[in-house]
Design a protein around this ligand. Structure first.
Ligand SMILES: Cc1ncc(COP(=O)(O)O)c(C=O)c1O
Length: 375
């Protein structure tokens, strides 16, 4: 049977338009974008074009875009860069219990340097309450970091409301939008953010490139010191190759129309599973405030990894991991209060531009057959 890829939240294929934008920089256009002679001209132009394309997607100015090596670096720059720049004002950071490790791990690191971090709880659908954010703010709060959409269950956070609260209190507001860019609107002004993370390989650009949006008046200490690249916010000669790929992917991501088809397929998968398996399946995440491509399903009383192992050729992710012979639920499902008998059977299906109706139908039929046979 042909392999089926339903793990677009893990990574996406490089779009042919992104690959085409990168091609010249594998060949003759090798110049350093910071040089001032003929050999650098194509690189300088391409870097500026790519920066403008990222900015166009986010609705910001080109000089507010800092290229990074990906989502993890952008998150680290946002958190550590703010802490190092504003440490004299306070040491309190507010985030949520359902963030990606690329937020949680830097927070733990900053705690070792004297930061105090509030990890806000979420409700059963994975949403944080904006009032809880308001209540957590103190005179020492320097940063609020709340992800736009969750990578495991797809739940979308009420960023605009949280952004308004952050502004009211004069606190810098960051969002990890690695999963939402290209799937739902991500205008930085509408979301009310000061800092926003994007990751290339989640939006049909290559791995190893991302960007941090930095609102013009926001102070940020660089994590990599050197020459004055990226407006002094990230030293190192830029990879024009990767930036060109990211820029082209951002141009494509402006058109969200293809997501309606993806959402219809996602909904069909859920509907077929419900019809065939009834209350043996449970939806994880918010029924409406959810990424259009993401379906996290709990097969109650089953083990997600075992189901996937028997769905030969289907690429998807589980919501639990096996450690020393014990099944451990992901911290996201734990924070949402998903009971262990449901959480251990969680599988995340994440669809994308290349997903077909035939693939969805085949997966739902195979799942039903497998689970019916298992009793
Ligand atoms: C929500 C979220 N943030 C950050 C990252 C990290 O991005 P990168 O792999 O580009 O470092 C990921 C990737 O899984 C993610 O899903």
């Amino acid at each position: 049977m042909a392999p089926i890829y339903l793990d677009y939240n893990a990574s996406t294929p490089i779009d042919p338009a992104a690959a085409a934008a990168m091609r010249p920089f594998l060949d003759e256009a090798f110049g350093n974008p910071s040089s001032a002679h003929w050999a650098s001209a194509p690189a300088t132009l391409a870097l500026a074009k790519a920066r403008g394309e990222v900015a166009a997607l986010l609705g910001c100015a080109a000089d507010e875009v800092v290229f990074t090596s990906g989502g993890s670096e952008a998150n680290n720059l946002a958190l550590k860069g703010t802490f190092f720049a504003l440490g004299h004002k306070g040491e309190h950071i507010i985030t949520t219990a359902v963030e990606h490790p690329a937020i949680l791990a830097p927070c733990r690191f900053l705690e070792r340097l004297g930061a105090t971090v509030t990890y806000l709880p979420v409700d059963g659908t994975g949403r944080v309450d904006p009032d809880a954010v308001r209540r957590a703010i103190t005179l020492r709060t320097i940063l609020i970091s709340v992800m736009h959409a969750n990578n495991e269950v797809g739940t979308i956070q009420p960023l605009a409301e949280i952004g308004a609260i952050a502004r009211e209190h004069g606190v810098v507001f960051h969002s990890d939008a690695a999963q939402s860019v290209g799937k739902i609107p991500t205008s930085v002004d509408e979301l009310g953010v000061d800092l926003l993370t994007i990751a290339g390989h989640k939006l049909y650009a290559p791995k190893g490139v991302g960007a941090l949006y930095v609102r013009r008046d926001v102070k940020l200490e660089s994590l990599i010191h050197g020459a004055g690249h990226e407006g002094g916010r990230r030293a190192g000669t830029e990879s024009v190759l990767l930036a060109a790929g990211l820029g082209a992917a951002c141009m494509l991501a402006q058109n969200l129309a293809p997501m309606s088809r993806v959402q219809a397929l996602r909904d069909r998968l859920w509907q077929e599973l419900q019809e065939q398996l009834g209350d043996r399946v449970r939806l994880n995440g918010h029924p409406e405030w959810r990424l259009p491509n993401t379906l996290s399903v709990s097969f109650v009383g089953r083990v997600g990894a075992e189901i996937l192992a028997r769905l030969d050729g289907v690429a998807a992710s589980t919501g639990s991991a096996c450690h020393a012979g014990r099944i451990e639920l992901s911290s996201v499902l734990v924070a949402m209060g998903v009971p262990p008998e449901a959480g251990m059977g969680a599988i995340r299906f994440s669809l994308g531009r290349r997903t077909t109706a035939g693939e969805i139908h085949s997966v739902s039929k195979r799942l039903s057959r497998l689970l019916a046979a298992a009793g």
